[in-house]
Structures are given as structure tokens and as C-alpha cells.
Design a protein around this ligand. Sequence first.
Ligand code: NAD
Length: 484
Amino acid sequence: MSNFVPITVAHGDGIGPEIMAATLHILKEAGANLDIETIDIGEKVYLAGNSSGIEPSAWDSLRRTKVFLKAPITTPQGGGYKSLNVTVRKTLGLYANVRPCVSYHPFVETKHPNMDVVIVRENEEDLYAGIEHRQTQQVYQCLKLISRPGSEKIVRYAFEYARRNNRKKVTCFTKDNIMKFTDGLFHKVFDEIAAEYSDIENEHWIVDIGAAKLADTPEVFDVLVMPNLYGDVLSDVAAQIAGSVGLAGSANIGEHVSMFEAIHGSAPRRAGQNLANPSGLLLGAVMMLVHIGETEVAERVHNAWLRTIEDGIHTYDIYEEGHSKQKVGTREFAEAVAARVGQKPETLKAASYKAVAETSDKPRGGRPRQAAKKDLVGVDVFLDWTKGTANDLGDSLGKLNGDGIKLEMMSNRGVKVWPGGHAETFCSDHWRCRFLAATDGSDVSHPQIISLLKRIADAGFDFIKTENLYNFDGERGYSLDQGA
Ligand code: NAD
């Protein structure tokens, strides 16, 4: 079995077992050399009392094979069950979510006949760290974290993906006109890495107009890379407007393990009736074959599938008079694809995958960077306070100046309200009070901040959090305020 590549397979719930059987049948007929380890995940594991839906022994298989082909699962109704997808993604560090969104005009109904985009979504950072707090009666926060290594990894992955797949352009979406530090870093890293790929065109769009353009004229895009939240939203939009949500596969790439699946769920009402379309999982499996270096088999499977779609042999979900010729069940569809192994599509663009080393998906580490000089220059103290106006609070806090620190300004929900605020500005119970060194340009120390907090607490204020203000190599490491 030495030439066989070990993979871990989970048959899942609902339509999962049927579409997995169909997929594995096609892979076998196409000559894939796979050594399959099967694990149990999903409903029965949850109901057996395992709140994450995966058994401890399954992790051993995933660590051993490093490749996971996963059918959809059913998350039982009711509280207490953790999302298996999130558990696997976070535990195994699956940092890149890759979702090709392609239209198959004129064989499958679509609004965008020439759409062929790949969304590369950062999968670990951004607002998904799950660090949320209720801070006051009125205000809740969620921390958005973007790191340089995380951004470098995903952006480099997008360019490497483009190069491997003969793609011509990588487009980045961010909102760095508003989030200058977090999205600003992502954009900056994109520009830096883009400069290393002179053979690939690059561009950046602000996500709002970019998203509008993607929905309107997706054919102008090729590979798209973006932070987690925008990628989450826009990969669904893109799959939907391609007209083929049931046909899309996806890859979750990690440094150690990668997972491949369909984007749809377990469709329990369709289960056990030989109805489900196995195409999404099959196209996920094609991405897996490319990942493990079985590019010839990937090409054979993909082209046989395209030919089947072209020949109008369709499952119920995409069957339509005019576009389709024969309505088939899951098993018959799989037989039709298997029978076309070796054929290519005549109208649709044939798939072609470059033979590349297995390791090519591995991210290269960022260039070693010299640590910036970090100077503590002040502190934002956040207060829960409802006893008056901004001027009242400014007057009270001003009395606590001393020990080399003074109140510089205050904002409420990001709008500067002191000094010189406007009477019209609505103020919640959540106040950000910025203290800087009393002498311009001086540093402050942790003991100075601790003694300031003691004065604030002794004066009867409820400080709900503090955020230290740093300069890095003399460059401000914190945002100013609207109105500042
Ligand atoms: P779903 O994607 O399972 O199904 C929505 C509808 O789409 C189905 O009723 C069916 O009509 C159609 N459909 C989906 N896949 C199809 C296919 N391959 N062939 C033909 N028709 C198909 O979404 P849902 O009903 O919201 O969720 C059902 C279950 O799946 C839930 O328990 C949910 O938690 C789970 N889910 C799992 C995953 C995953 O494992 N990755 C992803 C999404 C949802």
C-alpha cells in the first residue's frame, strides 16, 4: 500500500453517507490511490454525550493522515452542542477557507454566465476570536484581532493558489478607510506580498463597493482574499449568485491538517431517498486530490463531472426543462460521472491542474522582522458612568490629574465629547477617557497608570477596562477619534 495516500473520511449524517459513497465510488473509478481511515462524527457522537461531536480517537486519525474528507453532519437541536466545524477549524489551525464559485452556463441556471471566482477567506482571526464582553448596562464589545503572521499566511496562500491554478489576478477586500489599524495591516501585508508576485495582477477594493461589484459583475474578479467576517458573508453571496450552492466544494487548509467538504449541510429531509446531489462533496474531493498531489486524478474526476453536467444528466436540485436531459438519483449520477472518466467537457472550460509538490500549500513564514521599539505613552480608561454630562465628567476627572499624567480627551462610542463636544451628540454610559503624559512627548510608566487607576477608583468611578497607548518606533499605535 506504499503508494496509497492515507486520508481520513467521515460519512456524516442525513444525505452525508449517500453523497460520500457516490464520491468515493467516482474517486476509485478514476484511479485515486487512497488508503481510507473512517471516523465517526456528528449526530450520534453528540447524542452519545460528546458535546463537540467528535470522538477523542478521531483526532489521532486526523493527525496521522493530515487529510480529512468530511461529509455534512447534523447538529442536534437544543443547547450545549458545540459546532463541530468550528472545533475542527480552531483545534487544527485551518487558517484558509478556499471556496471556488463557478457558474455552469448554459447547463445550470445562473444570473452570471461567466462567473469563475475563488474566495480565499482568513479563517482564524478577526471578530471570530470569540472575545466578547458586556461592559455596562448599555454597551457590549467584540474584539477584532488581526495579526501580521496571520495576514501574511493567508495573503501568501492566495497568491500561491493563484499561481498554481493559472489565475491572473488577486483582489483584496478590506474596510481600511475606517479600521485603519486592523484592516489597514491586512491591506499593507497584501501590498507587500503582492510585490513578490510580479506575474499576478493585484488590486484592492473597499469591501462595500467591492461586494456590490462582486454581486453585479463577478466576471471581473478572479481570486479574492479577505479577512474572516467579509469572507464568511461574501463566500455565501458568491456561491449563491453563481446559481449553484449545491455544487460548491470547499477546502479548509492548515499547516498540519486540511479538511475538504461540500458547502451545504446534511439536508435531513432528503436523506435515504437516493435524491441528493453529490457534486459539492465531489468538488471538495477534487480540491483534496490536488492538495495531496494527485493532480492527474483530480483532472480526470473534474472533467468527467463537467462532461456529465454538460450532458444534461442532473439530480433533482438542478434539473430544469431546457437545461437538463435526464433526472437521476445520487447513485445514477455517480455512475454517469464514473462512465465519463477520461472524457473532457466540450463547451465548459476543462479543468487542468499543475503537478506540484505536496508541500506547496504550506505557508512560508514571514520574513524575520526586527522588533519595533515600543513606548508606553498613555492610557485609555473606560468608565461606566451615568451621572451627568461630558463636561461634568471632564471636570471631575481633571481633578485627578497629577503624577505626570493628565486627561487629554474623552469620547463616547468613538465620538469626541470633551473638550469641546457638541450638545447634539448622544452619550451612552460607556466613556473612553484618554490620559497622556503631562509633558508633551514623554513616556509614562505602569506605576503611574496604576496610581491613576487608584485615584479614579478612590473618587468612586467604575473603570471597566483600560487600554494602554503605545508608540512603535515613534509611530502612533492607537487611533485618534472622530472629531479629534
Ligand atoms: P442544508 O444545506 O442541509 O439544506 C438546505 C436545503 O438545500 C435542503 O433542504 C435541500 O433541499 C437542499 N440541499 C442541500 N444540499 C443538497 C444536495 N447535496 N442535494 C440536493 N439538495 C440539497 O441546510 P439546513 O437544512 O439548514 O441544515 C441541515 C443540517 O445540516 C443542520 O443540522 C445543520 O446544522 C447542518 N449543516 C452542516 C454543515 C456541515 O456539516 N458542513 C453545513 C451547514 C449545515
